[in-house]
Design a protein around this ligand. Structure first.
Ligand SMILES: [Zn+2]
Length: 55
């Protein structure tokens, strides 16, 4: 499973469930597991709700 953003390897646990957030260690992007098909996951960009960048 690779990061859709930077193509780095993402660590998605085999027992990860739909709705879990996976973070890329390389680019810092967050992805939500949108669906799971066997050992294949579909990722979608996680929405950054309430994220505070320190204004
Ligand atoms: Zn990445």
């Amino acid at each position: 499973m690779n990061c859709p953003e930077c193509d780095a390897k993402l660590n998605v646990p085999d027992d990860a469930t739909v709705g879990e957030i996976v973070s890329c260690h390389d680019c810092g992007a967050d992805f939500e597991i949108a669906s799971k098909n066997g050992s294949t996951f579909q990722l979608k960009q996680a929405e950054k709700v309430g994220e505070d960048w320190g204004e």
